[in-house]
Design a protein around this ligand. Structure first.
Ligand code: GRF
Length: 217
């Protein structure tokens, strides 16, 4: 199933979900600030009122909201509130950017094939948490980052883009994480551009990327 192209019309409205520092959110918001970018950030939404990214978003003039899971009886109600908040801001596509929660089928049905995530490893290697340390412990020579569509299974959805970085002698988890993060800040805005241009099509567990259209007059 594909995402209808909107690039000819108004920019695609994004909701970015964060739980922490929000550096990927900033990289997407900075890309969106450029006049020819086909998306806008309509809302930055956090499940934690203390997320540092909320202040960064506000300082960029972006609307923010907090929806705390503790205020709801169960995950279904929490996710319904997330959807309602995103819909109030007319969000059409969702970017998870350090959002530390699994989303369930109800949420994903509301935004089918319209939820992206970034993960700091070359998936399917090292899903989950503490993945830079896991990469070091495993002795891989390359790690990197992956932008993928979100499915109910953690870090397992169809892959959009990846960027590889070398693991260097003497790396600790922080050094490797910093090298990977630089690539995250390039890959995520690029994936968002492809998404907003309507060029990403989920085909089974893969993503087909259309080449840019060359319109002839
Ligand atoms: C990033 O490493 C991202 O890949 C992972 O969580 C981290 C979030 O960092 N999902 P930030 O909040 O975007 O700075």
């Amino acid at each position: 199933m594909g995402w209808t192209t909107r690039s000819e019309a108004s920019p695609v409205k994004l909701g970015i979900l964060i739980s922490g520092r929000g550096s990927n959110m900033v990289s997407i918001a900075e890309a969106c600030a450029s006049p020819d970018f086909p998306a806008d950030v309509a809302l930055v939404l956090s499940d934690k009122p203390t997320a540092a990214g909320l202040d960064k978003a506000a300082s960029m003039g972006i609307a923010t909201a907090v929806v705390e899971p503790g205020a709801f009886a169960d995950r279904g109600e929490f996710e319904a509130a997330l959807i309602a908040t995103l819909q109030q801001h007319e969000v059409e596509g969702v970017c998870l950017a350090g959002f530390m929660r699994l989303l369930g089928g109800g949420f994903l049905a509301a935004y089918r094939d319209r939820v992206l995530n970034i993960h700091p490893s070359l998936l399917p290697a090292f899903p989950g948490l503490d993945v830079q340390q896991k990469a070091l412990d495993h002795g891989v020579r390359y790690s990197g980052c992956t932008v993928h569509f979100v499915t109910e299974e953690m870090d397992a959805g169809p892959i959009v883009l990846q960027a590889a970085v070398p693991v260097l002698g003497g790396d600790d988890a922080d050094a490797l994480a910093a090298r990977i993060l630089e690539q995250e800040h390039r890959a995520y805005p690029e994936a968002v551009r492809l998404f907003a241009e309507g060029r990403l099509h989920v085909v089974g567990r893969t993503v087909r990327i259309d080449t840019p259209r060359t319109d002839t007059v």
